[in-house]
Design a protein around this ligand. Structure first.
Ligand code: ZLM
Ligand code: CA
Ligand code: ZN
Length: 392
């Protein structure tokens, strides 16, 4: 169980592939893979690379990706390029109609240059991270380029093509009896939930913004109601914590700690996977939530304190300077050096990106105080989730 003063060091592995920097989803697309390069650059300038084992790995193979995705879909990802998409009508039609890729100039999941390389890279990173904790070489393994929680068996969705999380969890299941998956991205972790919906060896627990169905300001992907709890053998092993827009640190942690604490107690996992989507931060272009960097990172500290093998993955995050600040700080939390990071961002080549946050890691947030109504809703939600957990 978690202890407060948690000064014990952890052996940390870290994956970074410089091939991510030039990946471009298209002009003005909100998903900017270069944010991972920015985070890496901060991790370097803060002197943390020497505190971690660097995971050097090959890209995931087609066979590894087929462990979850359909052969047809994997073949399509391999063959899709902007050129084949433009020139091969049957390939294009297959991509659009059956596999969620393309469709319109503002597509969530476009066919961009080096798409296959990108997918193999981030999936390879999450597989290497899983193997690093399986073989006991590391206590914590980090892949900020992973965390693509919406990708399905045969379909791309919400900027995600290959579900590296499902691949990594399957790798963990070869060695651990039970794995808990916690998802703090502002969006519902629907792809991971779907993959393990009938399993009692994987508990999925997503915190996300959720607007009741039929609501005018419906938030993607629209699933993740508190009453979605899994099927058959997996009943009570999929859990969801829907939140209102605007939730800040205090309200978030009134739910996060009791719910995650109870889940750890009743499920007794042997490993933890934490998707650290940074679109739940204050000021994100898409998320509409109000977490501070410390509030977000508190989720990492809390899960770290259970002293179980821990995978830290990335995810969403659309105000890229906030994303990089957060993942840098969370890397420090993993190695136990967060108190040693100066708040002033050192010069490192990307410093201009941080000007509108005053060149501070911990940029200022201004969450509105929680309303009576939203506090009541949160209490009700907490009660329902704890009730589901009491069925285990
Ligand atoms: N339109 N360009 C989170 C995934 C969220 C579906 C409504 C596209 C956007 C968004 C794309 C440049 C994670 C939906 C949105 C506009 C159908 C979503 C390209 C702006 C742009 O300017 C944009 C032309 C684009 C996409 C906004 N898409 C905002 N929200 C969501 C997907 C992924 O964070 O959870 C994990 C990585 N899609 O709401 C539409 C219904 C496409
Ligand atoms: Ca989530
Ligand atoms: Zn998201």
């Amino acid at each position: 169980s978690p202890s407060c003063a948690d000064d014990k060091k952890r052996r940390v592995s870290y994956y970074y592939d410089p091939g991510i920097a030039p990946i471009d989803f298209g002009k003005e697309h909100v998903m900017v893979p270069a944010r991972v390069a920015m985070a890496h650059s901060l991790v370097g300038v803060y002197g943390m690379l020497g505190d971690m084992r660097r995971l050097r790995t090959r890209p995931a193979t087609e066979a590894e990706i087929r462990r979850y995705h359909s052969p047809e879909y994997v073949g399509l990802l391999r063959d899709l390029t902007p050129e084949s998409y433009a020139n091969n009508a049957s390939l294009r039609q297959k991509a659009q109609e059956h596999h969620g890729i393309g469709v319109g100039g503002d597509a969530d999941c476009p066919a961009f240059a080096r798409l296959w390389e990108y997918c193999r890279g981030y999936a390879g990173g999450s597989l290497a991270a899983a193997r690093a904790v399986v073989d006991g070489a590391s206590d914590i393994a980090i892949n900020w380029s992973g965390g693509m929680h919406h990708a399905c068996h045969a379909k791309a969705s919400g900027f995600c093509y290959v579900n590296d999380i499902v691949l990594a969890i399957n790798e963990l299941l070869d060695c651990f009896r039970r794995v808990i998956y916690v998802d703090i991205d502002a969006h519902h972790g629907d792809g991971v939930q779907e993959a393990f919906v009938d399993s009692n060896r994987v508990m999925t627990l997503s915190f996300h913004r959720y607007d009741t169905k039929g609501c005018r300001k419906w938030f993607f992907p629209g699933s993740g109601d508190v009453d979605e709890i899994g099927k058959d053998t997996g009943r009570y092993y999929s859990l969801n914590v829907p939140l209102d827009a605007g939730v800040g640190d205090d309200e978030y942690h009134k739910l996060f700690k009791p719910v995650v604490g109870k889940a750890m107690e009743v499920f007794q996992p042997e490993a933890i996977v934490l998707q650290c989507g940074a679109d739940s931060l204050s000021g994100d272009r898409l998320g509409g939530m109000e977490l501070s960097v410390r509030g977000h990172a508190e989720c990492v500290s809390y899960l770290r304190s259970f002293n179980l093998p821990l995978l830290l993955l990335g995810g969403g995050g659309y105000t890229i300077n906030h994303v990089a600040s957060t993942w840098c700080y969370e890397t420090a939390v993993a190695i136990g050096k967060e108190r040693e990071l100066p708040d002033e961002i050192p010069r490192h080549g990307y410093e201009l990106f941080y000007e509108n946050q005053g060149n501070k890691l911990h940029y200022r947030t201004s969450p509105a105080p929680a309303s009576k109504k939203s506090s009541n809703t949160a209490e009700t939600t907490k009660g329902k989730v704890l009730e589901h957990l009491s069925e285990i």
